[in-house]
Design a binder for this molecule. Structure first.
Ligand code: ATP
Ligand code: PRP
Ligand code: MG
Length: 289
């Protein structure tokens, strides 16, 4: 049996449930349902719902074979786990921030000063690497208030849109750590349970397909070469004969290709100009190379 720990609530819950659904492993539970265990369509794969911050330890200690959580939380806890895949969501930066009117402009200016943070390990390592000595004040949240009440001169805290810093009259002066959500595995489980790599492959196939679209069109045979020159190469397009019911003498070919989603707008206009018609653009659920 393989147990996967996923965030039970908060900003990582939904995107995690969604990528498992797209990967063919729909999960029910967590969030409002408050169910903390669940099965999947694969009887060998069970789900454990947990707080994102606890998942690194659960995976390190083997309570879960696999986990999904942020690299900042994994690094802060120094969890001895294997990262199998960057899932590319949950993007956030840990930034060094000071009051907006502060004279402190760079990390070196913090020598001998106080820094409040929810991430003491990452903060310690950051200043150590710079050869700067600071006093680290561990807080469990609402870090942004500390420089305004004399608890600290600066903070190291998560920033994504930057709104929280702005409304708390703080400004970032450096990026300490960039985080995204990763698929991690217990090192012993990884050696003993091959199925863990099947889970990685399934999630990876969803990521591979995210920015791709499947393009289908009918092309007059005479225009095929021109159309192929317009189509970007992933691998050559698939070309099939169309048993057209059209009365026209012209014979048509069906051309199919996988293209980047952000090329679609210009590509469709170019293809129409060189004679393609009946153009269909469909999303792709998974791509397994
Ligand atoms: N404002 C944010 N924007 C983007 N990602 C964030 C933000 N805050 C936290 N994260 C990321 O989400 C992950 C989980 O963060 P956290 O443990 O704070 O849970 P949460 O989803 O914010 O729930 P809550 O804060 O309500 O407990 C972390 O890896 C962190 O990097
Ligand atoms: O740059 P922004 O988009 O404003 O996001 C940054 C805020 O997001 C997180 O708080 P969250 O909303 O998770 O609340 P929390 O402090 O309870 O975790 C983090 O602690 C920051 O305060
Ligand atoms: Mg939070």
């Amino acid at each position: 049996m393989i147990r996967i720990a996923i965030p039970n609530k908060g900003r990582l819950h939904e995107p995690t449930m969604s990528i498992f659904k797209d990967a063919g492993l729909p999960i029910s539970g967590g969030a409002e349902s408050r169910i903390l265990f669940a099965k999947t369509t694969d009887p060998e794969i069970h789900i454990l719902f947990a707080r994102a911050a606890d998942i690194p330890e659960y995976v390190q200690d083997g309570a879960a074979d696999v986990g999904i959580t942020g690299m900042d939380l994994i690094t802060e806890r120094g969890a001895n786990v294997e990262s199998l895949l960057d899932l590319k969501f949950g993007k956030a930066s840990l930034v060094l921030a000071v009051p907006e009117d502060s004279v402190l402009q760079k990390a070196q200016d913090l020598e001998g000063k106080k820094v409040a943070t929810e991430f003491p390990e990452i903060t310690y390592q950051y200043f150590k690497n710079l050869g700067v000595t600071v006093e680290i004040i561990k807080v469990s949240g609402a870090c942004e208030m500390t420089p305004h009440v004399g608890i600290a001169d600066a903070i190291v805290d998560i920033s994504s849109s930057g709104t929280t810093l702005l409304i708390n009259h703080l400004k970032a002066i450096d990026t300490v750590f960039s985080s995204t959500v990763h698929l991690i595995a217990n090192k012993k489980s990884l050696k003993e349970k091959d199925k863990i790599l099947d889970i990685k492959t399934a999630l990876e196939s969803v990521l591979n397909a995210k920015n791709k679209r499947y393009l289908m069109m009918n092309v007059p045979e005479a225009a095929l070469q021109t159309v192929k020159e317009v189509l970007p190469g992933m691998s050559g397009p698939t070309v099939m004969k169309v048993e057209s019911s059209r009365s026209s003498k012209e014979s048509f070919l069906a051309v199919h290709s996988v293209v980047d989603a952000d090329l679609i707008f210009t590509l469709v206009n170019k293809l129409k100009k060189v004679g393609a018609r009946d153009i269909l653009v469909v999303p792709i659920e998974r791509i397994m190379p």
